[in-house]
Design a protein around this ligand. Structure first.
Ligand SMILES: Cc1cc2nc3c(=O)[nH]c(=O)nc-3n(C[C@H](O)[C@H](O)[C@H](O)COP(=O)(O)O)c2cc1C
Length: 199
């Protein structure tokens, strides 16, 4: 059976630069033999966490929306690709809300000490983080990377690789940087090969 990768798309811009990089990473993962399910988070009907803490004791979220089906996808995934632009030195609100809604994973793992992910599966689950920014300040990826790493710990999918491309306000179109598109393809392929080999 093919290994499963979930690709989370955090931009609003379909056909934009984040999209192009994600498509290359997906192509690489598919060529490595994985099946990839892409989630366009901005189009998902998911509201923000209400901090009711229902998930402290229950495996589910009290909010019955599309998040439930994405929880299942995330639980079954062998690999994750997250592709997002920087917004206000962090990640876009809808992607952040999606990550916040994964609090049932946090509570299972850290509060009830019974992660949704088995130790054997956790060992092979890996994440590739792709992030682009308009500016080229040295600290522009600090916030997004911290958030992505925290998310990876919560869902038990090790943060193993990243592609961080700054200065998009100058570059404008990532197609003028074939080496970056190639890097996205290769990182997707490496992730796909790593999870395919893992078990
Ligand atoms: C609301 C908003 C906030 C942004 N905040 C930042 C920021 O804090 N730092 C930065 O470098 N770029 C910022 N950007 C620029 C985007 O990261 C940049 O334009 C990126 O290339 C967008 O990629 P996309 O078109 O694929 O979504 C922001 C863009 C928007 C729309």
């Amino acid at each position: 059976m093919k290994k499963k990768i979930v690709a989370l798309f955090g931009s609003n811009v379909f056909g934009g630069n984040t999209d192009k990089l994600l498509n290359e990473a997906i192509r690489g993962a598919e060529e490595a033999g994985c099946s990839v399910e892409r989630v366009d988070v901005v189009q998902a009907n998911i509201s923000g966490c209400r901090q009711i803490y229902h998930c402290m004791e229950k495996e589910t979220c009290v909010i019955r929306d599309e998040a439930e089906k994405y929880f299942t996808l995330l639980k079954e995934a062998d690999g994750i690709i997250i592709a997002t632009p920087v917004m206000t030195y962090g990640i876009p609100g809808h992607l952040k809300s999606f990550m916040d809604r994964c609090q049932p994973f946090y509570m299972a793992k850290y509060h009830r000490k019974n992660s949704f992910i088995t130790p054997e599966h956790a060992k092979i689950r890996k994440t590739l983080f792709i992030c682009i920014s308009g500016m080229n300040t040295p600290d522009v990826f600090i916030g997004p990377v911290l958030t992505a790493k925290a998310f990876c710990q919560i869902i038990d999918a090790g943060y193993v690789d990243e592609l961080l491309q700054n200065d998009m306000d100058t570059i404008k179109d990532i197609a003028t940087k074939p080496e970056v598109l190639k890097a996205a393809y290769e990182k997707g392929r490496t992730l796909g090969e790593a999870v395919t080999k893992a078990r």
